[in-house]
Design a protein around this ligand. Structure first.
Ligand code: DLZ
Length: 165
């Protein structure tokens, strides 16, 4: 799926390290679960494609995208995983809730990344409507879960490369 909106091929172009032995935590929001379950499926498929063993993937669900902050922070601290993927979908509604949740989860996950050795991938779709979310979770724009998976693998490799210096 080649599209300026679907970036997995671009980030894959520079090469993807062998992910065998990498341990990945995935936190998934139950809000808009029809979307987040498809993103999860895409992420797991791509992790396995690059060598991650099913037994090295820990998946946990949280009620909404706001709870991804707590869930990701706990998983990052657990020593059970080398990277965390936070998967959510916030869809604009009639109230300002969208803005508070979107900016809260964005800043929360950015903050974890500043404090933790375990990278947390921002796998949260923020869309104006359900159609845009569907297009990005296995629809005409592809499945952003692929991109989240490749990003997690690359960030683990980045961290490990510093240990070799
Ligand atoms: C409350 C709420 C609303 C209105 N919309 C969404 C959404 O589009 N996507 C999402 O993941 N979560 C939503 N939530 C729930 C909040 O993330 C959170 O679970 C609650 O505010 C409780 O902390």
């Amino acid at each position: 799926m080649a599209s300026s909106l679907y970036n997995a091929e671009n980030i894959a172009a520079a090469g993807i390290p062998d992910a065998k032995g990498m341990r990945i935590g995935i936190v998934v929001s139950e809000w808009n679960s029809n979307i987040t379950s498809d993103l999860l499926e895409g992420a797991i498929k791509t992790l396995k494609q690059y060598g991650v063993c099913e037994t090295d993937i820990i998946t946990r669900h949280v009620p909404g995208s706001f709870e991804l902050i707590y869930g990701s922070a706990q998983l990052a601290k657990s020593h059970l995983v080398d990277a965390v993927i936070a998967i959510g979908c916030v869809i604009r509604g009639d109230t300002p809730h969208f803005d508070y949740i979107s900016s809260g989860v964005t800043q929360g996950i950015a903050s974890i990344n500043q404090q933790s050795d375990v990278p947390v991938v921002f796998g949260v779709l923020t869309t104006n409507n359900l159609q845009q979310a569907e297009e990005r979770s296995g629809g005409i724009i592809g499945n952003k879960g692929d991109e989240f998976a490749i990003t997690a693998i690359k960030m683990i490799d980045f961290f490990r490369s510093l240990k070799k210096i």
